[in-house]
Write a protein that binds this ligand. Structure first.
Ligand SMILES: *Cc1c(COP(=O)(O)O)cnc(C)c1O
Length: 448
């Protein structure tokens, strides 16, 4: 090879190791920086531009850092944002010197049950005899069906054979549990007589299942069998209420239940209506970490707890400790210490005042939603900041990232989902935006 075709030192790509070391300020561990550096060198060499390896490696390393699970400020106005972990919660234990009494009975010094703490408190808070906690509501339904109905029939209305999202389809869960689906009635109308006939013609039915149509509504010519009616039949009713509203009376709220909550099934009232068990999520209206709760008759909860799947679906101490704090807040009727309820019930005037303080010229009334596949169509009056144009990508690129939404070609930052302590972050993010280069002149939103 002739000397003249050798790359000059400036053109030669830097060594992968040296390049990786030059990225140490990103805070990533060395092996990840080596990955970025190696990819950048290969790409830059292939592109005939070895000198670009340095800047390319930095971009790749920053992409890697940004792909890590990280805290964001949720200014979307969606209280239970499915992509942002639904309800906000903070890990309760920041101290790695400590063990916990997860399965230890302090009085006797012998083995205890992890289902004695948070689950018992949650049972107390919704008036159930007993409760247990599993990984999420999908696993709660799976476990209940497997433990109580494997090899037998489960009767359910055709109007409730729903898909909740993320691949949770009742017929598929039923299949996995080993229970046999017995469809009752029609999509829009199912009467209690339909259930009676189904039970008469299928003597092996173990239970009836009532599933809350969480994320959609059937309107018009409709009829459903109530839990109270189902409870009069010869087999237990299991109600998958999904959202985890503990009590329709909301005793943890000074002013009682907000009007937009109307009709949402609650654990206490569903059990009072005669459900043998209810299942619900920990991270929807309950406002805790991802978890699934099975609550109701103690004998049935015990059968679920004794099933081999219970071990596979059990939560760890992080979740149980967080749920314990949450259950104590519910029992103390301290809604201000329960993130979803604090955010959902903040007076709109308070949000307006915060918006005025952040940027008076951008303050506007907005509309928040509960989200998380609960309460479809429900809107909660709110306030925030409205900027012309679509600026959400720039806001997401900030530190910490800020998640806003676009509506009618404007960027909406809703303060209902922002902790007041983060108002300064919102203010700085707005100030930091490069002024939009759109031509001056009236837009549809100048009057808004
Ligand atoms: C959300 C929901 C589920 C699934 O809950 P996960 O906790 O996400 O597993 C199941 N059933 C109903 C009725 C729901 O609303």
């Amino acid at each position: 090879m002739s000397r003249s075709s050798d790359p000059s030192p400036q053109q030669r790509p830097p060594s992968v190791d040296r390049l990786a070391r030059s990225l140490a300020d990103t805070g990533l561990p060395h092996p990840l920086l080596v990955d970025a550096a190696r990819t950048a060198v290969v790409e830059a060499t292939a592109a005939g531009d070895p000198a670009s390896a340095g800047s390319r490696a930095r971009v790749l390393a920053e992409d890697t850092a940004r792909a890590l699970l990280t805290d964001v400020v949720n200014a979307s106005g969606v209280l239970l944002h499915t992509n942002l972990g639904r309800a906000p919660w903070s890990p309760p234990m920041g101290d790695d010197r400590r063990y916990t009494t997860l399965e230890f009975d302090l009085a006797s010094g012998s083995r205890g049950s992890r289902q004695d703490g948070a689950p018992a408190l949650l049972a107390r808070a919704c008036g159930a005899e007993a409760a247990m906690v599993v990984n999420n509501c999908a696993s709660a339904v799976l476990l209940v069906l497997a433990a109580l109905a494997a090899g037998r029939g489960v009767a359910i209305s055709r109007g409730e054979l729903v898909e909740i999202g993320g691949g949770f389809r009742i017929p598929d869960v039923m299949d996995q549990s080993g229970a046999r689906l017995i469809e009752v009635g029609t999509t829009n109308r199912t009467r209690i007589d339909d259930f009676s006939s189904a039970l008469a013609s299928h003597p092996d039915v173990a239970l009836t299942l009532s599933v809350h149509q969480s994320n959609y509504r059937i309107e018009g010519f409709t009829e459903t069998a109530s839990v109270a009616d189902l409870a009069d039949l010869a087999v237990p009713v299991v109600a998958d209420i999904g959202s985890g509203l503990l009590d329709a009376a909301c005793p943890w709220l000074e002013d009682g239940p907000p009007s937009w909550l109307a009709g949402e099934p609650a654990a206490r009232q569903t059990l009072e209506a005669g459900a043998a068990l209810v299942t619900f999520s920990g991270d929807k209206l309950l406002s805790g970490p991802q978890a699934g709760i099975i609550a109701g008759q103690a004998d049935l909860v015990a059968v679920c707890a004794a099933h081999p799947l219970a071990r596979a679906l059990r939560p760890g101490s992080l979740v149980l400790r967080s749920l314990q704090d949450l259950a104590l807040a519910y029992l103390a009727r301290d809604g201000q210490n329960i993130p979803f309820w604090r955010m959902a019930t903040t007076p709109v005037d308070e949000l307006r005042t915060r918006a005025e303080r952040i940027a008076p010229e951008l303050a506007a009334d907005t509309v928040a939603v509960p989200g998380g596949g609960t309460l479809p169509g429900v809107e909660i009056p709110s306030a925030g900041l409205v900027l012309a144009g679509d600026r959400v990508a720039e806001l997401r690129a900030g530190t910490p990232p800020l998640v806003a939404r676009v509506a009618d070609d404007a960027t909406v930052l809703d303060l209902r989902t922002v902790h007041p302590d983060d108002d300064g972050i919102v203010a700085a993010a707005i100030t930091g935006l490069v002024p939009a280069t759109t031509p001056a002149g009236p837009t549809a939103h100048d009057e808004a």
